[in-house]
Design a protein around this ligand. Structure first.
Ligand code: ZN
Length: 338
């Protein structure tokens, strides 16, 4: 994970609609008492909640709404020890009623340094029933200076009575372009970012994959399998039994392997179409080029269909061993005629 504090502009690149709305409410001085930030993992919910928290506490916000990042309020929020900012996360599997009660007790006191107090409820959908009822009372009697940010990936799990008291902000999944830009700005190798952006639209997952040894090894094995398939079809079964099955064990892992294989074939199509800039295995261009030149676009489309079919069979719980053997045969079939 990265701990770099992102600027308003960087986060605006991720969620332009959400930040435009906050900008307007700051400038019109109409900040709500409770916001629900909903969207899949890695869309910037927590970072944006903290950005807005800083903007609300900042001693000298830039242009009236962007946190300066330099005053003592901004700095203490960045380091996680501002006395009037509270972050509540699930304690184990759920957010428990006593966590909400502690929060209420805290908020019934005066702010340590100002009247303003802000809390973030991370994974708000994980509140126990009694925690949710307790929070509801809290939301029904808002203190004028209190702002709540409820963060969730599963808004449908929240009580409608809670939802109705929040201003709901939907966080959009990131476009591959926005992902690539964000990843490379934060130190991910530009040769690797396009692949990550194809596999996930969650930044968290992309960073995690980027540092994952299993994933690095997975790419090598998938490339090797494809190479062996083309060079020496008999060896493909050996590679499958050896390298492949010792690395791709769980269903989820096998699925990831099939996605990588699919992306290799897409890259070959891009090479054939002279659109190398669209490739995701950018570092492997010299290795993939000869394959692209040896095969036809029609054959590549057939191979893509075979992989998609294998993914469907995997999802339908076909035995992975049989599914992969069948796939390798299908990928080879006809390869001597192209
Ligand atoms: Zn500041």
């Amino acid at each position: 994970m990265i701990n770099v504090v992102k600027t308003w502009e960087q986060l605006e690149g991720l969620q332009p609609t959400v930040l435009k709305m906050f900008k307007n409410s700051f400038l019109k001085n109409r900040v709500a008492h409770a916001y629900l930030l909903e969207g899949i993992r890695g869309t910037g919910k927590r970072e944006i909640a903290l950005l807005i928290t800083k903007a609300l506490f900042c001693d000298s916000p830039i242009e009236g709404y962007k946190p300066c990042e330099n005053c003592s309020n901004c700095r203490r929020i960045n380091s996680g020890n501002h006395p009037d900012v509270h972050i509540v996360e699930p304690d184990g599997a759920s957010i428990k009623v006593n966590q909400i009660r502690e929060l209420q007790a805290e908020f019934s006191k005066k702010g340590v340094e100002s009247a303003r107090k802000i809390y973030l409820l991370v994974h708000a959908d994980k509140m126990s029933g009694s925690a949710a009822n307790s929070l509801l009372k809290f939301l029904e009697e808002p203190n004028s200076q209190t702002v709540a940010f409820l963060l969730t990936e599963q808004p449908q799990q929240l009580l409608p009575t809670i939802l109705s008291r929040c201003q709901i902000l939907s966080f959009q999944p990131l476009s591959p372009q926005a992902m690539i830009q964000h990843l490379t700005e934060n130190g991910v190798n530009p040769m690797k970012a396009p692949l990550l952006a194809q596999l996930t639209n969650s930044l968290d997952e992309a960073y995690q994959l980027n540092g994952d040894d299993w994933f690095a090894q997975a790419q090598k094995i998938v490339l090797k399998l494809y190479e062996v398939l083309k060079k020496n079809p008999l060896e493909a079964m050996v590679t499958l039994q050896g390298d492949w099955f010792s690395h791709f064990k769980e269903k989820e892992q096998i699925n990831r392997g099939l996605d990588l294989l699919l992306l290799i074939i897409k890259d070959l199509l891009y090479i054939q179409l002279d659109k190398q800039e669209q490739m995701v295995f950018k570092a492997e261009i010299e290795r993939l080029k000869p394959f692209a030149l040896q095969t036809s676009g029609r054959r590549l489309s057939e191979q893509m269909s075979a992989i998609l079919e294998a993914k469907r069979k995997l999802a339908a719980n076909m035995n992975p061993q049989l599914m992969m053997e069948e796939l390798v045969l299908n990928l080879q079939e006809g390869s001597s005629f192209v």
